[in-house]
Structures are given as structure tokens and as C-alpha cells.
Design a protein around this ligand. Structure first.
Ligand code: HEC
Length: 104
């Protein structure tokens, strides 16, 4: 019983500390990025395809250190959003990148 409780606690803790979907939602990213339809921003699918196999580059972009490769003409809209992601801990950046890349 103790072991089960511990497992639940650990799993819950991990989900809380690095849940890409929750971060994406809580930072308001979803207001401009839909799963498959382009709205204000490109779809998550389009982003995932552009960054397929390039997770490190995606994290770099989220840290404000990369260049837009999906829709550079609209980078001016996305650039200010990076203030919400650039100081996230690495673990959360990884979770966020994993979440986005899943839409490929
Ligand atoms: C106000 C609308 C808006 C919000 C909010 C927004 N984005 Fe964007 N995003 C855009 C637009 C427009 C582009 C296309 C320009 C570009 O490619 O950088 C974009 C592009 C991107 C890209 C592709 C970058 C590339 O290489 O071209 C990623 C990744 C991204 N957004 C992630 C996020 C995340 C994560 C959040 C939440 C922290 C977020 N966006 C919030 C509008 C938005």
C-alpha cells in the first residue's frame, strides 16, 4: 500500500512538473496555435513537421535564441511570446517541445 501511494505521488509529481500540454495552455499559446488549422499562428502540425528531428532547435527557439523557420514573415507576432518561455527550466522546455512535436 505504501508503495502504491508512493508511485502515485511520484507520477503525479512528474506530471505536474513537466506537463507540456498544461504549459502550452497556461501560457496562452493555444489562442494562436490550433492542432491542425492555421489561425493567427501556424498549426502545431506545421510546426512539428518543420522541427521533426530537430527538438534541440525547437528548444533554442523557445529560449529566444533561434530563428523562425515556419513562417518568418510573421515572426514579429511570435517573438514577444517568447518572454513566456525563454526562462522556463530545461525540463519544462523539453516537455513543451515534446508536446508540440507530437502533432507531426
Ligand atoms: C499572438 C499569437 C501567438 C501566441 C499567443 C503564440 N504564438 Fe507561436 N507563433 C505565432 C505566429 C504568428 C507564428 C509564426 C511566426 C514564426 O514562425 O515565428 C508563431 C510561430 C511559433 C513557432 C514556430 C517558430 C518558427 O521556427 O518559425 C513555435 C514553436 C511557436 N510559435 C510556439 C509558441 C508557444 C510555445 C507559445 C506560447 C508560449 C506561442 N507560440 C504563443 C503566434 C503566436
Amino acid at each position: 500500500m505504501k508503495k502504491v501511494l508512493l508511485a502515485v505521488f511520484v507520477a503525479g509529481g512528474l506530471a505536474f512538473s513537466a506537463d507540456g500540454a498544461a504549459i502550452f495552455k497556461s501560457k496562452g499559446c493555444a489562442s494562436c496555435h490550433q492542432p491542425t488549422a492555421d489561425t493567427v499562428g501556424p498549426s502545431l502540425k506545421k510546426i512539428a513537421q518543420a522541427y521533426a528531428g530537430k527538438k534541440a532547435d525547437l528548444i533554442k527557439f523557445l529560449k529566444g535564441q533561434g530563428k523562425a523557420i515556419v513562417d518568418p514573415a510573421k515572426e514579429a507576432i511570435m517573438r514577444p511570446q517568447l518572454t513566456m518561455t525563454k526562462n522556463l527550466p530545461q525540463e519544462q522546455l523539453e516537455a513543451l517541445a515534446d508536446y508540440i512535436l507530437k502533432y507531426k
